[in-house]
Design a binder for this molecule. Structure first.
Ligand code: PLP
Ligand code: ZN
Length: 422
């Protein structure tokens, strides 16, 4: 075990690995997990990180904070494909564009990475029940993984979450609390119920183990690129936990000497849910020419989120500070797009690369396109656009963007009349 403890993202106070709390006892900030990087660096070759016990994210066991990885779900989580996407990149002048398709995880979203690691921690600490609040994906993922090992699971979601995500929750047998309110209301309620009952709380940001699962996506990207870092990763952002996880993974790899430089991490948001973007802009304005930032004093102000991309519709980002730090420290861009661009990005991705994304995931592509068109991404850069959730999660949004089928009589003539151009 190389897991050494925790460090607060706001005030830098540290805790030993035996610490069983979730947030900083000194200031209440979110915690990041620390490792004995030098110890790991002294191991030779890539074997210092990759163990071949499992064909999924648990192959990176030395950089996971787990004592008993044998308690992991038997499902295959992570090790998703990284596709070159020349038909999308070339018209924008991008020579090295890749899509990392995390919609291919067991519950069809990136969130399985977080749930995978959180579940082991819950089982290691003897939890009886695992609970969480979710815009939909984190919950359906937790429900899926909990079902895979027979762990009781309680999920709080906004009642307006897309029907497919609610169906997943129910089908996997979670106790589903459809909260009359927003994701933020569901989050606060879950916190209170867990405090009352002593349940293991998987809530994003609050629980440091979710970021540790999410960081494995960076390990995979670099391994799939032959142990080279890309130049940038574009990440759809709501709470900011995926974005901070991607940055953590890159920093971990750099610290153990498996990559020799760090990429920029770009924050993609809807204009109608842009709290992290605003906070990054404020920090940059207040700290011209890269002046040092006192992170204790940085506040991520809530917004009133209304985007149709439900997974990134967040008023108060629960891992906002870590996300803002990740963008600033990596030198990444922030960029928002209108919801119409998010919708049109769905068929564009599907037709240009064969990858079907839900609206939040398509936001990453809409922003990649904007950054390229405005010259904020250079043609030679190696760019990874993270596809965080499968399009079938929200077929209604996809239908709105994709147009209507042609209704015809069941005759060859009728079909050929419509298909005359082929
Ligand atoms: C598909 C998808 N994309 C992006 C995100 C954003 O992740 P985060 O809330 O950690 O910023 C989520 C979170 O629910 C998601 O489900
Ligand atoms: Zn602190």
């Amino acid at each position: 075990m190389f897991f050494t403890g925790f460090e607060c993202i706001a005030c830098a106070a540290t805790q030993p690995s035996s610490f069983k709390g979730f947030t900083c006892p000194a200031c209440g900030g979110n915690l990041t997990v620390t490792y004995d990087y030098d110890g790991l660096k002294n191991r030779v070759g890539k074997e210092r990180l990759v163990t071949f016990g499992r064909p999924d994210l648990f192959r990176y066991a030395p950089l996971l904070p787990l004592e008993r990885p044998g308690l992991a779900s038997p499902l295959r989580i992570g090790w998703t494909p990284l596709y070159p996407a020349p038909r999308l990149g070339t018209p924008l002048g991008l020579k090295h564009l890749y899509l990392k398709d995390d919609g291919l995880n067991p519950s069809a979203s990136f969130k399985d990475r977080a749930g995978a690691v959180a579940l082991v921690r819950a089982r290691e600490t003897g939890a009886r029940v695992i609970a969480g609040a979710s815009t939909g994906n984190a919950g359906s993922s937790m429900a899926c993984l909990a079902a895979s090992v027979g762990m009781p699971c309680v999920i709080f979601v906004p009642e307006k979450a897309p029907p497919a995500k609610i169906a997943q929750l129910l089908v996997f047998g979670a106790r589903v609390m459809a909260v009359r309110g927003t994701y933020d209301d569901a989050f606060d309620l879950c916190m209170k119920v867990c405090a009352e009952r002593g349940w293991f709380n998987r809530n994003t940001g609050h629980n440091p183990f979710t970021r540790e699962g999410k960081k494995t996506c960076s390990f995979e990207i670099c391994e799939q690129l032959g142990w080279h870092a890309p130049d940038r990763v574009v990440v759809a952002t709501g709470d900011g936990n995926i974005l901070s996880g991607i940055w953590k993974g890159m920093k971990d790899l750099h610290a153990v000497g498996l990559i020799d430089r760090l990429p920029k991490i770009d924050c993609a948001q809807s204009e109608k849910s842009d709290a992290v973007t605003r906070a990054v802009q404020n920090v940059r304005q207040d700290h011209p020419r890269g002046a040092a930032v006192d992170w204790k004093r940085v506040a991520v102000e809530p917004v009133k989120a209304t985007t149709l991309a439900d997974s990134i519709s967040v008023d108060a980002p629960r891992d906002g500070l870590a996300a803002v730090r990740a963008v600033i420290e990596s030198g990444g861009e922030v960029c928002t797009v209108p919801d119409e661009e998010i919708l049109s990005a769905i068929p564009e991705l599907a037709r240009g690369a064969g990858v079907f994304a839900e609206p939040a995931a398509a936001c990453a592509w809409a922003v990649t396109r904007r950054l390229a068109m405005s010259g904020r991404i250079q043609p030679e850069e190696k760019v990874v656009c993270l596809i965080t959730g499968n399009g079938l999660k929200d077929a209604g949004a996809a239908r709105k963007a994709a147009g209507e089928p042609t209704l015809i009589k069941p005759t060859v003539e009728a079909a050929l009349a419509v298909l005359a151009d082929l």
